[in-house]
Design a protein around this ligand. Structure first.
Ligand code: RAM
Length: 348
């Protein structure tokens, strides 16, 4: 079992390198994977964060945001997690949180159903459970902190690929794991939109493959896609791990600048490929804000400020006040597009 106790991120907060175009777009502290020499805070509130997997820059940034919120709330905070993004690997961490009697668990779920028994037990032991990034079934957790609407995320990626391939031709999707609730919701909406929206009549989705949020597997799947579909015009990768691996493959191949690549990436991982012309534009939200918001939501549940009912509202520090929507969902904002004109303004 891997446990990462991370230092407070007050220093990282001071090292903000730019004023960003959207709220609270903070800087990553480098995400070194953490050290075992001290958790943050030490107050009455104890919070564990469980990402899909460790070693993913996206989750390093969401954990930094969560830890910053935990510092502000004087909460005890730790990040735990598996190396592989699989539901089985997450179960033992949830069991441990229940046994430890933590106040709250914040997790990005690797499966909508498979974790629910373990989560039920944790909730019976009075642990408040907040999903962020990738949800479980709504009845299994207290709240879901959603980065942006699934419709908005799907629409943005289609808009980008359509622009990049001139509205015509074959495209493929390189996703994360086959069970990922978040990627699957976005893919389903992209499929519906491709079928229904006349603007996309010239675009054909010919394949969807899974790199499991593993760098090498995503790289190999990119190569296979290009070999299997010689007429491929573009790839959408709705995962930060997938898009970075696909960009690395394309960048050193004959397809650079010929096969378009877009999706969801972090500016720090994609910068090189935007600079060298492999990628023109991609999207994301600020994972740091997402972790920060999830932590304030967890604290509001634990403190009894909210129960998770629709219409409940709570304060989320720098990000302001948020309201719980239908099905216990709290929405962070809208996806944001990064390109060569703005990518230098971001550091995460
Ligand atoms: C990866 C993970 C995460 C997803 C981002 C876009 O880091 O799959 O769940 O939200 O990509």
């Amino acid at each position: 079992m891997k446990i990462q106790k991370r230092r407070p991120t007050a220093l990282a907060a001071l090292l903000l390198t730019a004023t960003f175009a959207f709220a609270g777009c903070g800087s990553d502290d480098g995400g070194d994977g953490g050290s075992a020499d001290g958790g943050s805070g030490g107050g009455d509130l104890s919070i564990t964060m469980l990402p899909k997997n460790l070693g993913n820059a996206y989750f390093d940034t969401s954990t930094d945001g969560a830890e910053r919120a935990a510092d502000e709330l004087s909460a005890e905070f730790e990040e735990v997690g598996p190396d592989t993004a699989s539901p089985d690997a997450q179960v033992s961490y949830i069991n441990t949180v229940a046994q430890q009697g933590k106040d709250a668990l914040i997790l990005s779920a690797n499966d909508p159903d498979a974790l629910c028994d373990a989560i039920d037990e944790a909730r019976s032991a009075d642990v408040k459970v907040v999903t962020f990034d990738a949800d479980t079934n709504p009845d299994c957790r207290d709240l879901f902190i959603n980065q942006a609407t699934a419709e908005g995320i799907a629409a943005k990626q289609l808009e980008l690929i359509s622009e990049q391939i001139g509205g015509e031709g074959e495209i493929a999707i390189l996703s994360a794991s086959a069970n990922a609730t978040n990627q699957n919701a976005w893919i389903e909406m992209m499929e519906t939109e491709l079928a229904d929206n006349p603007d996309y009549a010239g675009i054909e989705l010919v394949d969807t493959v899974y790199g499991d949020d593993e760098d090498q597997k995503s790289f190999d799947q990119t190569e296979a896609l290009l070999q299997n579909h010689p007429d491929l015009k573009g790839i959408i990768s709705p995962t930060t791990v997938g898009i970075a691996a696909a960009a690395r493959y394309l960048s050193d191949s004959e397809y650079k600048g010929k096969v378009a690549l877009t999706g969801l990436g972090t500016p720090n991982q994609m910068r090189e490929y935007v600079d060298n012309g492999t990628v023109t534009a991609f999207a994301l939200w600020n994972p740091g804000d997402l972790g920060y918001l999830a932590t304030y939501a967890a604290a509001a549940l634990v403190n009894g400020d909210i129960s998770g009912e629709e219409g409940d509202s709570f304060d989320a520090g720098d990000l302001g006040s948020f309201e719980v929507g239908a099905d216990g969902v709290v929405l962070l904002g809208e996806p944001f597009t990064f390109d060569k004109d703005n990518i230098a303004d971001f550091d995460f």
